[in-house]
Design a protein around this ligand. Structure first.
Ligand code: ADP
Length: 372
């Protein structure tokens, strides 16, 4: 059973005081009883009974005080050992662990036995949780750095070899080659921009400027903007049933969410395919589904596509211009709106991306203030 530390300390204090009172009482009763017995025995042989009584009383008091001090000392010793073991020792372990963590070691944990019993156990559990978070952040940071280095290496190597060939006179700087170099530069610029955005959306200082937005309006706005690209790729873009719904959102970020998902549908749907948007009102939210008849995503990759830099078939997707950050940004933005995004897909048949966002009048919207 969980009991608070202050409660346990109060109980200990009561027991401590009680034990000393019991020791003191026993000592007084025993010492006085003993000395009264002695006084009774000696009284018959003595003429100075008052003096004798005084002397025995004095000794009884001194003995009781001595016994009480001795008893209190033993109890204090036992209590100190208990408090040292139960309070100081875990605190020292925690301090040592945080010092080790501060030196950069993240895989250290405090030993925990079962459910937390008091505030100290809870503090230890919180420190372990913090250590876990720091370890995850560290791994993420390392993976991020490796991914960024990998993403930068390819276009930079390509650009370098183009320029070297032109410098050596091996290549003529034809418009096609210049265009190809510009495309690599465009990819690099886009990557840097996406990285900056992802960093910004994840930072605690970032906040959405929310207002009531009709979902239909924001979706139609993006569809109108993207229709020419779909037409150019001979892909049909259609809008199914979209119920009237208002959400509390940052309109420009909402546009970014639809743009990212529709750009993927466009990239991964072959000529002659169909991309369709539908909406459905749920209890407290609206569920938007973006369905494409594209190449689909293998089951092993499906759970990873929202991770930073994750791409199915890396080399092909790089040519398509994706840096693998679009869905990570989408997920962060949807999360910032207290919503959820997930995907279903069948290889060779197509993909559905689901975005669920709380309605403006929903109870969840109150929690938005804490998020965005
Ligand atoms: P990218 O910028 O490479 O598109 P995303 O984060 O947007 O990165 O997507 C991650 C990966 O998920 C893509 O590289 C692609 O392999 C896969 N993916 C996303 N959407 C679709 C889709 N509609 N159809 C097929 N694959 C998709």
């Amino acid at each position: 059973m969980k009991s608070s530390l202050s409660f346990r300390l109060s109980i200990l204090l009561v027991i401590y005081t009680g034990a000393i009172l019991v020791i003191a009482s026993i000592a007084i009763i025993n010492a006085t009883h003993y000395h009264f017995q002695l006084y009774g025995n000696e009284m018959a042989e003595s003429h100075h009974t008052a003096k004798l009584l005084n002397s025995h009383l004095e000794q009884a008091i001194i003995q009781s005080i001595g016994l009480t001090i001795g008893g209190a000392f033993i109890i204090t010793l036992i209590l100190s050992i208990y408090i040292a073991r139960r309070i100081s020792s875990p605190l020292i372990s925690m301090r040592n662990l945080t010092l080790v963590m501060a030196r950069g070691k993240r895989d250290v944990r405090l030993p925990l036995k079962g459910a937390p019993k008091d505030e100290l156990d809870e503090l230890a559990a919180s420190i372990n949780h913090l250590a876990e978070q720091l370890e995850q952040q560290e791994q993420l940071r390392i993976a991020m750095t490796e991914n960024i280095a990998h993403e930068l290496r390819t276009p930079l190597t390509t650009l370098n070899s183009y320029l070297a060939s032109i410098q050596d006179g091996v290549w003529e700087p034809t418009p096609e080659r210049i265009q190809s170099s510009r495309e690599e530069i465009f990819r690099l610029t886009q990557l840097v921009q996406e990285l900056e955005e992802l960093q910004m959306f994840n930072s605690s200082e970032f906040s959405l400027s929310r207002k009531k937005v009709p979902v239909q309006r924001s979706i139609e706005q993006v569809m109108d903007l993207m229709r020419p690209s779909f037409k150019q790729h001979e892909i049909q873009l259609s809008l199914g049933h979209l119920p009237d719904a208002t959400i509390l959102a940052d309109e420009s970020r909402l546009v970014q969410i639809w743009t990212n998902i529709l750009s993927n549908a466009l990239k991964f749907t072959p000529k002659g395919g169909i991309v369709r948007l539908d909406g459905k009102i749920m209890a407290d939210s609206i569920l938007i589904t973006i369905t494409d008849s594209g190449i689909g995503i293998p089951p092993k990759d499906l759970t990873h596509i929202f991770e930073r830099f994750y791409r199915v078939e890396k080399s092909r997707n790089r040519k398509m211009g994706g840096g693998g950050l679009g869905l990570a940004i989408t997920k962060t933005l949807v999360g910032r709106h207290a919503g959820q995004v997930w995907a279903e897909s069948k290889e060779g048949e197509g993909t559905q991306i689901y975005v669920e966002l709380p309605l403006a009048q929903s109870k969840i919207k109150n929690s938005l203030d804490n998020i965005g």
